[in-house]
Design a binder for this molecule. Structure first.
Ligand SMILES: [Fe+2]
Length: 301
């Protein structure tokens, strides 16, 4: 018997049960991959994967995007807990990065090679709140009126983590963490055609800015209006985590954000990112004025 796939009451997302992600036969994997393309966000309750099992699961979808300097490290902690066990203060660099994740975004759009997919598993969750929320950019594109579709056809935006963090008052120097690089700001079309399903989707979010041909204010207003329109029911789903839950989502057609919680409590998630395909997720870059230099590269490393 195959896994049970239950649609979430939204335009995206399904809950997948009656399987072990750590031990899938070929037919089960095929069902999971098909569900990923159909629903774009898959929730697998109570899987309790080890780090190696999570990396192996992510690896089924493609190469792992390395987020840490050590190439052996294929999963990273997304956590407000410091090595000594205490929680981060509000002024700490990494805490500001976590707060940045609370804005709608797609992973690694600010890198030359944007991400294909992301996997999160819950390790330690706060007593309330701290959900992750996703928004369906395929359904958002479908819901645009004809005038807006015409307006955005052919437009592109730059993507920069310097830009999105600066908007929340977090100014980071070049080299100050993953994404704060000198490779330039990728220029990406506002409408992305999914390489597998062929469905068009809005490709926007907090890292996007600077649409060529538009003034800075006009560009900002358009991008912000699109996010406001797109990230609404019935196109959204927020997951309240339990330890052991695993979620994978398709960064090519959904936005996501972290939801706030009481930051005095500990929240630890384990994250593995699947690299995009250079044929469809690699973008040329332009100089990012916030970076210390501009050294174009087709590699994220
Ligand atoms: Fe993210």
């Amino acid at each position: 018997m195959g896994p049970t796939i239950t649609r979430i009451d939204a335009t995206l997302g399904a809950v997948v049960t009656d399987l072990s992600l750590a031990d899938m036969d070929a037919a089960t994997w095929k069902a999971v991959e098909q569900a990923f393309h159909d629903h774009a966000v898959l929730v697998f309750p109570a899987q309790h994967l080890t780090e190696d099992e999570q990396v192996a699961f992510a690896n089924r979808f493609g190469e792992i995007e390395l987020l840490a300097p050590d190439p052996q490290q294929k999963a990273v902690a997304i956590s407000n807990q410091k090595p000594d066990g205490t929680v981060m203060g509000r002024d700490e660099h990494r805490f500001k990065s976590l707060r940045g994740n609370e804005g709608w975004h797609t992973d690694s759009s600010y890198m030359p090679l944007a991400a294909k997919a992301s996997v999160l598993s819950a390790q330690v969750v706060p007593s309330a709140d701290g959900e992750t929320e996703w928004a369906d950019m395929r359904a958002a594109y479908d819901a645009l009126d004809e005038a807006m579709r015409r307006r955005i056809a052919g437009l592109s935006a730059h993507h920069s983590l310097y830009h999105s963090q600066a908007k929340i008052g977090h100014v980071v120097e070049t080299g100050g963490g993953y994404g704060f690089h000198t490779k330039g700001a990728p220029l990406r079309p506002l409408v992305k055609v999914h390489p597998v399903t062929g469905r068009p989707a809005l490709y926007i979010g907090r890292h996007a800015y600077g649409i060529p041909g538009l003034g800075a204010a006009e560009s900002e207003a358009l991008l912000s209006d699109l996010v406001d329109f797109a990230c609404r029911p019935p196109r959204t789903y927020a997951h309240r985590w339990k330890p052991g839950d695993v979620v994978i989502w398709d960064n090519r057609c959904v936005l996501h954000r972290a939801r706030p919680y009481d930051y005095r409590e500990v929240r630890v998630m384990r994250h593995t990112r699947v690299a995009g395909n250079p044929a469809t997720e690699l973008a040329a870059t332009d100089r990012d004025e916030r970076a210390s230099a501009f050294e174009p590269s087709a590699s994220n490393r």
